[in-house]
Design a protein around this ligand. Structure first.
Ligand SMILES: Nc1ncnc2c1ncn2[C@@H]1O[C@H](COP(=O)(O)OP(=O)(O)OP(=O)(O)O)[C@@H](O)[C@H]1O
Ligand SMILES: [Mg+2]
Length: 444
C-alpha cells in the first residue's frame, strides 16, 4: 500500500488552514479564578493538576508591575481555597492581608523587633521522634549560611561555612531546641572538640567564625532583635485556615529578605511537623508576597530554591509574588549565574502568572518564563486584573474576577484616594461566586 507523504506546516500556516480553532481550556477542577478570555471560566488547583499529570510541581510565581492586581489575585485565591478546606499561610511584608484574615475570623501574627511574638527558625520538628531526619542539621546550616552571606554580601569562605557547621553541631549536642543566640555563642567560643576535629586551635576556629557571629548577632541584640532569637512563643496557633505573618513593621528595612527567610524556615519546620503527624495530609498553600526582597540576594535566592524543591514531597504549593523578571535574576546583576538561578527557581514553579511588564523587562521575562514572541507582545499591554497564565506547557489569558464580598479585602488603592472600582464583570457575593455549571469536587 502506498504511503501518503505527510504534510509539514508551521503553526502560522496551520492557523490559516484551520481558522477559529483555539485552546480548549484547562478543564481542571479547582477554584474559579475568572474568565478565560477565549471563553468559559478558568479554574485552577495545583494539587488537582499535579494529580492529573498536567504539572509536575505545585509551585507558582506571580509576576507583574506595581498595582496590576497580583496581591488581589492571591488574596481571592486563598479565600476561595479556604472554602474548600485548604490551609493557607502567608508571609505578608506590607501588612495588607489583615482584612482577608478578618474575613476568616483570625488575627495576623505581628512580627516586630522586640515585639511579643518570637519564632524559632532553627526549631526541630522531629524532636522526641525516633525517625529524626538527618536533614535538620543540614537545613539549619543552609539557612544560617544564606542569612550571613546575604548580609555580608559575599559568598562565604570555606572556613566560614565550616565554622557555622561546627557551631550548629556543638549547640545540637547541648540543646534539644537550639536558638540563634546559642549559635552565636558557639561561634564566638568554639569547643575544643570542634577545633581538634578540624586540626586547628580553638582561637583560630573562633577567628574563622567571628564575622559570621557578629552578623548573626544582629538578630539577637542588633536592629533585628526580638523576632527570631528565642524559642517560639507559646500559643502561636497554626490550626486556622489562614495564618498571616505580618512583617510590615520591618518593611523597608534592608534586612527584610533575611527576616522573610527566617519566617519561611520556621513555617517549613511546621510543615514537617504536620506531615510527621499525618503523612500526606498537608496540602498547604504558602505565599511569599513581595518575594523580590528574598530573591535580590543570590544566597537567599539559592536557599529559597532549595526549599521550593521540597514542596512536592511535603504537599506544599509555594507562591512567590514578584514585580519584574529581573527580580528573579537578582536585582541589578542579571549575570549568567543569576539567570541560571532564576531558571532553576522557575523550573520548580510550573505555574507562572504574568501581568503586564515594562518594555525593558519583556525580553528577560520571555526568556525566563518560556514565552513565545506572540505572548511577549501580549504582556506589554495587559490591563489591570488580566494576566497570562502559563500552566505546565499551556497558556491562557485570564481576567481575574472579584466578588463584591472580596472587594472588601483586596483594596490597596485607598491611600491613593481611589474608591472601590469594578474591573470586568463582578460575581455575586461569596460563597455563590465559586459555582459554575458543573459542581466542583476538588477532593481537598
Ligand atoms: N481583578 C480585579 N478586580 C477589581 N479590582 C482589582 C483587580 N485587581 C486589582 N484590583 C485593584 O487594584 C488595586 C491594586 O491591586 P493589588 O494591590 O493587588 O496590586 P499589586 O500588583 O499587588 O500591587 P503591588 O505591586 O504594589 O503590590 C487594588 O486596590 C485592587 O482593589
Ligand atoms: Mg501586592
Amino acid at each position: 500500500m502506498p504511503i501518503t507523504p505527510c504534510h509539514v506546516a508551521t503553526t502560522k500556516q496551520l492557523s490559516g488552514a484551520y481558522p477559529f480553532l483555539c485552546e480548549s481550556g484547562l478543564k481542571a477542577r479547582g477554584v474559579v479564578i475568572g474568565q478565560d478570555l477565549l471563553g468559559g471560566p478558568f479554574c485552577f488547583d495545583p494539587f488537582e493538576l499535579y494529580d492529573q499529570g498536567v504539572i509536575s510541581n505545585p509551585n507558582m510565581v506571580v509576576m507583574g508591575q506595581l498595582g496590576k492586581g497580583k496581591s488581589s489575585l492571591v488574596k481571592t485565591y486563598l479565600w476561595r481555597q479556604g472554602i474548600f478546606g485548604r490551609r493557607c499561610w502567608v508571609i505578608d511584608p506590607k501588612g495588607e492581608y489583615g482584612e482577608l484574615a478578618a474575613c476568616f475570623g483570625i488575627r495576623p501574627i505581628y512580627l516586630r523587633p522586640g515585639g511579643s511574638i518570637r519564632l524559632n527558625p532553627l526549631e526541630d520538628p522531629y524532636v522526641g521522634e525516633n525517625d529524626r531526619s538527618g536533614t535538620v542539621t543540614a537545613r539549619r546550616v543552609e539557612l544560617l549560611a544564606a542569612i550571613v552571606s546575604a548580609s555580608l554580601q559575599h559568598t562565604l569562605l570555606p572556613s566560614e561555612m565550616t565554622s557555622i557547621e561546627m557551631a550548629i553541631r556543638d549547640v545540637e549536642s547541648r540543646h534539644k531546641q537550639p536558638v540563634i543566640p546559642h549559635v552565636v555563642e558557639a561561634l564566638l567560643s568554639p569547643s575544643y572538640a570542634s577545633a581538634t576535629m578540624l586540626r586547628t586551635t580553638v582561637t583560630e576556629l573562633a577567628e574563622d567564625g567571628r564575622q559570621v557571629a557578629l552578623e548573626l548577632r544582629r538578630l539577637v541584640t542588633g536592629d533585628m532583635f526580638g523576632m527570631f532569637d528565642a524559642p517560639t512563643t507559646g500559643g502561636v496557633s497554626l490550626d486556622a485556615p489562614l495564618v498571616v505573618l505580618d512583617m510590615s513593621a520591618i518593611y523597608g528595612s534592608d534586612a527584610l529578605g533575611i527576616l522573610m527567610s527566617c519566617a519561611m524556615a520556621w513555617l517549613q519546620g511546621i510543615v514537617d511537623k504536620l506531615s510527621l503527624a499525618a503523612p500526606g495530609s498537608s496540602q498547604i498553600i504558602l505565599v511569599v508576597d513581595e518575594a523580590w526582597a528574598v530573591l535580590k540576594n543570590p544566597a537567599a535566592a539559592r536557599w529559597l530554591q532549595s526549599s521550593w524543591k521540597l514542596a512536592r514531597a511535603k504537599g506544599v504549593s509555594n507562591i512567590a509574588v514578584v514585580h519584574r523578571a529581573s527580580d528573579l535574576a537578582a536585582v541589578g546583576s542579571a549575570g549568567a549565574e543569576q539567570i541560571e538561578l532564576a531558571k532553576g527557581l522557575l523550573s520548580d514553579s510550573e505555574t507562572r502568572v504574568i501581568y503586564t511588564q515594562p518594555p525593558g523587562e519583556v525580553a528577560l521575562a520571555g526568556e525566563l518564563m518560556g514565552m513565545t514572541p506572540v505572548e511577549e507582545e501580549i504582556i506589554r499591554k495587559l490591563g489591570r486584573g488580566i494576566a497570562l497564565w502559563k500552566v505546565g506547557q499551556r497558556s491562557f489569558l485570564v481576567r481575574h474576577l472579584v466578588s463584591t464580598t472580596e472587594q472588601q479585602f483586596i483594596q490597596t488603592d485607598q491611600r491613593m484616594g481611589v474608591g472601590v472600582r469594578q474591573y470586568g464583570t463582578s460575581f455575586p457575593a461569596s460563597p455563590q461566586f465559586i459555582q459554575t455549571d458543573q459542581p466542583m469536587d476538588i477532593g481537598a
